[in-house]
Design a protein around this ligand. Sequence first.
Ligand SMILES: CC(=O)N[C@H]1[C@@H](OP(=O)(O)OP(=O)(O)OC[C@H]2O[C@@H](n3ccc(=O)[nH]c3=O)[C@H](O)[C@@H]2O)O[C@H](CO)[C@@H](O)[C@@H]1O
Ligand SMILES: C=C(OP(=O)(O)O)C(=O)O
Length: 433
Amino acid sequence: MEREREEKVVGKIIVEKSGPLMGTVRVSGAKNSVLPILAASLLSTDQCILEEVPGLNDVDVICDVLTSLGAKVNRLEGEKVEVNAVNLTSCEAPYELVRKMRASFLVMGPLLARLGEARISMPGGCAIGTRPIDLHLKGFKAMGAEINFGHGYVEAKAERLVGTKIYLDFPSVGATENIMMAATLAEGQTIIENAAEEPEITDLANFLNKMGARIMGAGTDTIKINGVESLGGAVHTVIPDRIEAGTYMVAAAMTGGNVLVDNVVADHLKPVIAKLKESDVEVIEEGNGIRVIAKKRPKAVDIKTLPYPGFPTDMQAQFMVMMSVAEGTSVFIETVFENRFMHVRELERMGANIKIEGRSAIVKGREHLLGGPVKATDLRAGAALILGGLVSEGPTIIGNIEHIDRGYVNIEDKLRGLGAKIYRKDVVEEESE
Ligand SMILES: CC(=O)N[C@H]1[C@@H](OP(=O)(O)OP(=O)(O)OC[C@H]2O[C@@H](n3ccc(=O)[nH]c3=O)[C@H](O)[C@@H]2O)O[C@H](CO)[C@@H](O)[C@@H]1O
Ligand SMILES: C=C(OP(=O)(O)O)C(=O)O
C-alpha cells in the first residue's frame, strides 16, 4: 500500500567549519537555578522579582505552570520577571506542561508546603535516563505527607509538614531542592543529609532566605532548615549559567581560539577549568570572566562525571566532542545518568572514533570531523553537535533543535559574535505516516 507523505517545516541549525573563535561572549542566568527559583516563588505571599532570567523555552514552560496554578507572572524589560503568587487557585500541574519539561515537578514541594496538597503529572524518563522521583517522594513522606499515585499523577497531602532528618541515597539536585522548599514552611527543623551541593542549590537557598526562610548549610552535604510560618517577597539575581559558560570555553578550546567568557563565577567551574588546563589549554581569570586561549590541538584527558564539585554530567557531551579531535585517547565514565551517551551515535556519524563499554566511552582523537545531517538527542548533545560542526569539514545540519533552545540563549548569535559560521534555517521535510 502506498504510504501517505506529509510535508513539515522544521528548524535546523547549520554550522560550518570556522576559524579560531575570538572575542567576548556574555553568559546568561542559569537555567538550572531559575527553574527551582521560579517554583519557589509559589511559597511567597508577596511579590517576587527575579533578575538575569534567561530567555529560554524551559523558562516559558515553568512560567506557564505558575500561571496555571493561579500565579501572575510578568516578564519585564531587561531579563526581569515579576511573580505574584498571593492567590493560588490550583494545586495541580497538568500532563501537558510536565511532559514538556521534567523540572515542572519542582512545584510539588512549594505547593505541598503552601496549600497542604499537590497533584502533579508523573514526569517520565528522557533521553538521558529513567530519572525516577522516588527520593523527592521519600522526603515528603518522611515529613508526614500522604502520597498516592493514579491515572499518571502523583498526589501528596499533609495538613502541615513536620521537620525530620532525611538521608538521600544519592545527592539528587531536584530532590534536595524540592525537599528544601517544602521544609521552609514545615513545623520544626528538617535536616537533609547527603544533600546535593551544586551552586544552584545555594542560589535557591539564598533566594528562600531573602523571602524569610531559615536555611543553613546549603552548598554542603548537610542542609538544615528551620520551618517558619510564612514567606514574603524578595528581589533576587540568578547566578550565571556555569554550563553555558563551560560550553563556550570548550568552543574556544576546540577551535584554537582566544575568547573571554564573561559573567561567570570561576569557582563554579573548577572541574571544567581543571580539565581544560590538563588538556594544555590556557585558562585565565579576568575580572568577572574567564579567558580561554588554545594555541594547539587539545591533549586527551579522562573524564568521570560526578555530583558537584565533581565534573558535571551536563558538560560530558561537550568534552567528548573536544576529545574526538584531541591528540590521544580518552576515557569517559558517566556515573550520574545511566543512559547519557546518546550523542555518541551522532558524533560517530561525524567521523568520531568512540567505543561504548557500559557506562564508559573510549574516544580516540582524530585530526578533524566531517559535517553531515545529525540530530540533537538532548540539550547538551545538541550543544556538542554545534561544537563538532565548528571543526568539521563540510556543513553540519542539526535537527531536533528544540532541545538546544531549552537551555541556550541565542546560541547562534553568541557564537557568530565570536566569528563562528552558524545560522538557523527552516527546511521542509517529508514525513511518512
Ligand atoms: C533542572 C535541573 O536542575 N536539571 C539538572 C538536575 O537534574 P535532576 O535534578 O533531575 O538530577 P538529579 O540530581 O536528581 O539526578 C541524578 C541521579 O539521581 C537519580 N535520581 C534522582 C532523583 C530521584 O528521586 N531518584 C533518583 O534515582 C537520577 O535518575 C540520576 O541518575 O541535576 C542533574 C545532575 O547534575 C543535571 O544533569 C540536570 O541538568
Ligand atoms: C539534563 C539537563 O536538564 P533537565 O534536567 O532539565 O533535563 C541539562 O540541563 O543538561
